[in-house]
Design a protein around this ligand. Structure first.
Ligand code: KIV
Ligand code: ZN
Length: 516
């Protein structure tokens, strides 16, 4: 038997039925374009009779999207089928998808029709749809709660009427895997003309079994799977496209089937659907949740660092996502923390690392989860080495009728460096003199002065923020002389910056630290 599985995506129809997930025509078109890029075989673009807006959306998708077949849903009534056809007639590959209830409860309670009438309607609808297009799909709504003999009768009749695809939906998510697989197998083996159609399944997730039911159906002969990106859909949703596809990739020993899906587009599609529908992706959602590739336990982190396969069965890059991210916590060991620093380009010697790790644990105790940005802030905050520049001498001149100027003398190792500069005030002049000595390109973003103690001889504390490239560095200086405190704060931030850049491994910024 052919092992190619047709992926029928219903994100824009059943997925859009998720409460609160209404999409406008522009959003539907955007998603449809991405679904085509993803490589789905069929895009169920909507239920055109449901609203003029949906009709227009399906029409636009049909006119603009190439590659995938475009399906429109219709009940077994003339207006629905006419409307569905009008919306998709310009598509490269149009499909009309008609459906009618097959279970007694739906026929009696919802439709108030007897099974024979429903059967006749189904046959009529397929023939009518067939007068427009060759590609007609018929769905037996609520099939998993229908009588099996009735299912066989309807399936045979709609295939005779011309249905090319027969869909067996688990409309209320009631089926279990063996039971559903068995049903598909019996339909295919017992219905005499079954070889003339492709069998499809459409599983809802009320018991959390939608994906496994779909996979069992495929193992039993179904060759089309209806599914939705992120598993969105009515109530608990539909089978998740990404889970089905990845199951066939990662467990091909169990599910040796091919799809036309471009795996690298999965992540992007998933994020787009979530953003446009406004339905968030649960963090622990299989394949595409933000935690799906994150390791938090110390033991797991250690294992993954030694060999990814210890705790990772899927490579994030396979689905177009970024490499796995480690969320560091107080339970993360030294190995994980050092690895994260190295992946960010920082090389610390053992003593520096111990100092860093100690500060990391203090932070992790307070903050629970520590991200890359936190590590960077910690690195900036810790002075790993002796300061590169120390203040030796400072003299400033300022007054009402004088141009403010400064003489600054700094020690760098054994060298004494001195510069003179003028400025708009004594602090500006001193900073400019320092810039001449250090030759480092920075920008002063923030300057704050506060009295630390009381009285006229109070200590003044200056805290400043400077930026260099994408780095923000805070510097502090204390003195009874506010100009001196300001100079110390500036030197503190420059020394931190120099230390930090020295720990960045092979970072081109290191070379650009000095002004050209
Ligand atoms: O769940 C269902 O039965 C449906 C049909 C229209 C296929 O969505
Ligand atoms: Zn459905």
């Amino acid at each position: 038997m052919n092992n190619r599985i047709i992926i029928f995506d219903s994100t824009l129809r059943d997925g859009e039925q998720t409460p609160g997930a209404k999409l406008n025509a522009r959003e539907k078109l955007k998603i449809a374009r991405q679904l085509a890029r993803l490589g789905v075989d069929v895009i169920e673009a909507g239920f055109p009779i449901s609203s003029p807006g949906d009709f227009r959306a399906v029409q636009q998708i049909s006119r603009q999207i190439k590659g995938s077949a475009i399906a429109a849903l219709a009940r077994t009534v003339k207006e629905d089928i006419d409307c569905a056809w009008n919306s998709i007639k310009d598509a490269e590959k149009p499909r009309i998808h008609v459906f009618l209830a097959a279970s007694d409860i739906h026929m009696e309670k919802k439709l108030r029709k007897d099974p024979q009438t429903c059967l006749e309607e189904a046959v009529w609808a397929v023939k009518y749809a067939k007068s427009f297009t060759e590609d007609v799909e018929y769905s037996l709504e609520d099939a998993t709660r229908a009588r099996e003999d009735y299912i066989f009768k309807v399936v045979e009749a709609v295939i005779d009427a011309g249905a090319t695809v027969v869909n067996i939906p688990d409309t209320v998510g009631y089926a279990t895997p063996e039971e559903f697989g068995g049903l598909i197998k019996r339909i295919i083996t017992k219905v005499p003309n079954s070889e003339k159609a492709i069998f499809s399944v459409h599983c809802h997730n009320d018991l959390g079994l939608a994906v496994v039911n779909s996979l069992f159906a495929v193992q039993n002969g179904a060759r089309q799977v209806e599914c939705n990106v992120n598993g969105i859909g009515e109530r608990a949703g539909n089978a998740a496209l990404e889970e089905i596809v990845l199951s066939t990739v990662i467990r091909k020993d169990q599910f040796p089937y091919k799809t036309g899906i471009n795996l690298k587009e999965i992540y992007r599609t998933s994020r787009m659907v979530s953003k446009l529908t406004g339905i968030p992706i649960p963090v622990n959602k299989a394949i595409i949740g933000t935690n799906a590739f994150a390791h938090s336990s110390g033991i797991h982190q250690d294992g993954v660092l030694k060999d990814k396969e210890t705790y990772e069965i899927i490579n994030a890059e396979l689905i177009g996502s970024q490499a796995a991210q480690m969320i560091l916590t107080a339970r993360s060991g030294r190995h994980a923390v050092r690895h994260q620093l190295e992946s960010m380009g920082y090389q610390l010697n053992d003593e520096e690392f111990e100092n860093f790790y100690h500060r990391f644990i203090e932070l992790a105790d307070k903050k629970k989860e520590v991200y890359r940005e936190d590590l960077e802030a910690l690195l900036i905050d810790i002075s790993f080495a002796d300061p590169t520049y120390e203040l030796e001498y400072l003299q400033t001149v300022s007054g009402t009728k004088t141009i403010p100027s400064a003489v600054v003398r700094l020690r760098k190792d054994k060298e004494i460096l001195e510069e003179i500069s003028s400025g708009s005030g004594p602090i500006d002049a001193a900073y400019k003199a320092i810039d001449k000595i250090t030759n480092i390109a920075t920008r002063l973003e923030n300057y704050n002065l506060r009295a630390v103690t009381r009285g006229l001889d109070a200590l003044g504390e200056v805290s400043i923020k400077i930026t260099h490239e994408d780095k923000n560095i805070i510097g502090r200086g204390v003195s009874t002389d506010i100009v001196e405190a300001s100079v110390k704060a500036y030197l503190d931030s420059l020394n931190k910056l120099i230390n930090m850049m020295a720990h960045i491994n092979n970072n081109p910024n290191t070379k650009q630290l000095n002004k050209q």
